[in-house]
Design a protein around this ligand. Structure first.
Ligand code: HEC
Ligand code: HEC
Ligand code: HEC
Ligand code: HEC
Ligand code: HEC
Ligand code: HEC
Length: 470
């Protein structure tokens, strides 16, 4: 019996070791994802070379004398605030060396996120990115692309071998006891019998179920989540041009955000408010803007909407817009040539490609622009823009990042449940002058009496399942 419990204890330890390794790997993986999505645009992935920003290997040591991790975490969350205050010597050094290049702020990263990212940075810095020494001269068991899979496989094999040996020892001991107790020669269990014994099979099945379950759940949770998603859009619409340089208000175009669940992508008519006048762009000339006209049936040559545009043949539409493109070309170059002919063909092809859709069988040029949707919560989750923008007074950028700096919009936040909940725990509701909150009389009274200093979204029910789930 004691031998049995020995085996059990051994298997338990085996399981625990594997388990803790698993947790460790998840941290590095999480760090890797955060790094890739948020930092890799400016910081080199080998952590050793300078790019737009400095090499990150060894940052933690460099900050040790200047406020340590706490200061480093604040730097990562909001470096510009630190630079502006001028209080931290390391921040000043960095700014002297690297300014005016500005590092983005990452207010939404939790302490865990940052810890994982720094762990990942350190791992790559110390162990290198490649398996097997190679150029980096790193140790042989270094992680492949920082994911420690091979290390685990090796360890698992080692532990499995060990367990076979131990099982063998146990079986030998059992055998000797039997011989001693009964005094007769009994058949010893062979290795195959040991390996196919109930205990071992049960353990293997158990391990597979745990592993399978873990992977499935992880993948299922991440399914449909797509932080960093940055699809190519049918028109090269730039938020840098519109929201950045031209300073157009977000809500001028996304006018749903204030009053409804959805922010809404503007219809082409909103674009036409300006692009009736701005017809030939400084970046792409007629290539992109003509797509808006072909979608709405606006004839830029006559400055009129085309009658019954919906019923025109493709050839008719082609003639109208090719004429416009050709006229603009001639106007700018003084005449038509081969290059011009080619440009007209290319631009027309671009227009057709942008406004038709093979997948949905939409072969009509006329009709709305099919923007590719970037943000997408699963159907079981309920999110309302007006609640956050009008009532909660949360800035678009808090959730969507610095959109006005994005040539192509990408999903900035994870949109995971943890992300929503975290913010609801941390964010104070803006009571002052917000009539929506008149209902919460007792909180008002407590604040006035000084027994309560703040009310977070959590306090008003922001963590209740049914608020976010249908
Ligand atoms: C838009 C480019 C950009 C992005 C994105 C970016 N950084 Fe930076 N980072 C910089 C620049 C530039 C500096 C140098 C200081 C400055 O000019 O602001 C810097 C400095 C740093 C430093 C200080 C290094 C040292 O030696 O003390 C750390 C740490 C850092 N970044 C971490 C991160 C992390 C973590 C992320 C991702 C979550 C990130 N950065 C994303 C540009 C960027
Ligand atoms: C001139 C109109 C216009 C302005 C101003 C504008 N946007 Fe947009 N926005 C669009 C269009 C068109 C799209 C769809 C194409 C794309 O993704 O680039 C879009 C897409 C987006 C998306 C992605 C939507 C999705 O598919 O999930 C976000 C987020 C967004 N805008 C936020 C903002 C924010 C924040 C601002 C203000 C800083 C802003 N927009 C200003 C027109 C505009
Ligand atoms: C509290 C976080 C948060 C804030 C603040 C926020 N958004 Fe969103 N936004 C989201 C989420 C989450 C989605 C995905 C919604 C879905 O799939 O139902 C989204 C989706 C969008 C979309 C895609 C179309 C849609 O409505 O689903 C656009 C465009 C957009 N946001 C623009 C904006 C603009 C402009 C602002 C500021 C006026 C803003 N958002 C403020 C979280 C936010
Ligand atoms: C409030 C005015 C305004 C609105 C509304 C507006 N734009 Fe613009 N857009 C501009 C200005 C100004 C420029 C810069 C023109 C230039 O650089 O030649 C521009 C440039 C562009 C360009 C680049 C043209 C080029 O070749 O350089 C595209 C594409 C574009 N807009 C598409 C759109 C789309 C699509 C919409 C609707 C979702 C839209 N715009 C709405 C003012 C506007
Ligand atoms: C940047 C912070 C932030 C993020 C991220 C955020 N919220 Fe909120 N949320 C708020 C604030 C602030 C309020 C308070 C507004 C109000 O009083 O209704 C709120 C209120 C709500 C409410 C109403 C709660 C109530 O008790 O009335 C719901 C539902 C909600 N959020 C859903 C979501 C969902 C779903 C997500 C994630 C997809 C999300 N929120 C992400 C800040 C956030
Ligand atoms: C503040 C909003 C919010 C609250 C409160 C909330 N959820 Fe969620 N939940 C979400 C969002 C958003 C998702 C989608 C996450 C994704 O796509 O990864 C989600 C996903 C889920 C999922 C699917 C698994 C996953 O992680 O994707 C389950 C199950 C779930 N929620 C259960 C609950 C339960 C139970 C509660 C109450 C204790 C709750 N939720 C409270 C926003 C919320």
């Amino acid at each position: 019996m004691t031998h049995k419990s020995l085996t059990l204890r051994f298997l338990l330890i085996f399981g625990l070791v594997l388990g803790s390794l698993g947790l460790y790997a998840q941290d590095l993986d999480a760090g890797k994802t955060i790094f890739r999505n948020n930092c890799a645009a400016c910081h080199a992935g080998d952590m050793k070379t300078n790019l737009t920003g400095p090499a990150l290997g060894g940052s933690q040591e460099r900050w040790a004398d200047y406020g340590g991790d706490e200061a480093l975490y604040s730097w990562i969350r909001n470096s510009q605030a630190m630079v502006a205050s001028g209080d931290n010597e390391r921040a000043n050094q960095l700014w002297n060396e690297w300014g005016p290049t500005v590092m983005n702020s990452f207010l939404n990263l939790t302490d865990d996120d940052i810890a994982n990212t720094l762990a990942y940075i350190n791992d790559i810095y110390v162990n290198g990115q490649n398996l097997g020494g190679g150029d980096e001269g790193g140790p042989v068991v270094a992680a492949q692309e920082s994911d420690n899979t091979w290390l685990f496989v090796g360890l698992a094999v080692l532990l499995a071998l060990l367990s076979v040996v131990l099982a063998r020892v146990v079986s030998n001991l059992n055998y000797m006891i039997k011989v001693k107790e009964t005094g007769e020669q009994v058949q010893r269990r062979t290795l195959v019998e040991v390996l196919t014994s109930r205990g071992v099979i049960a353990f293997v099945v158990f391990a597979l179920i745990v592993l399978g379950g873990y992977t499935t759940v992880n993948n299922a949770i991440a399914l449909g989540r797509q932080q960093g998603y940055e699809p190519t859009q049918p028109i090269k619409f730039s938020h840098v041009t519109h929201a950045g340089i031209q300073q157009i208000e977000c809500q001028y175009c996304h006018d749903g955000a204030r009053r409804s669940k959805h922010s809404v992508i503007p219809a082409a008519n909103t674009c036409m408010n300006c692009h009736k006048a701005i017809k030939n762009g400084s970046q792409y000339g007629t290539a992109e803007l003509t797509k808006i006209y072909a979608s709405t049936g606006y004839n830029p040559s006559t400055d009129k909407y085309i009658e019954n545009y919906d019923q025109l043949e493709r050839g008719e539409i082609e003639r109208i817009y090719k004429k416009w493109i050709a006229d603009q070309y001639v106007q700018s170059t003084g005449g038509m040539d081969d290059e011009g002919e080619q440009l007209i063909e290319d631009q027309w092809e671009g227009i057709v490609e942008a406004l038709t859709n093979e997948e949905t069988g939409d072969d009509k040029v006329a009709g709305p622009i099919e923007w590719v949707r970037i943000h997408n919560l699963p159907d079981h989750a309920y999110f309302n823009h007006a609640q956050h923008v009008s009532v909660g007074k949360v800035e678009c950028q808090t959730c969507h990042g610095p959109v006005e700096e994005m040539e192509v919009v990408y999903q900035y936040s994870p949109l995971s449940m943890g992300w929503c909940i975290n913010c609801h725990r941390q964010t104070e509701v803006q009571f002052a002058g917000n009539e929506y909150y008149q209902a919460y009389e007792n909180y008002h009274e407590q604040i006035q009496a000084g027994t309560r200093s703040k009310v977070t979204v959590e306090d008003i029910g922001g963590l209740e399942c049914q608020k976010c789930h249908y």
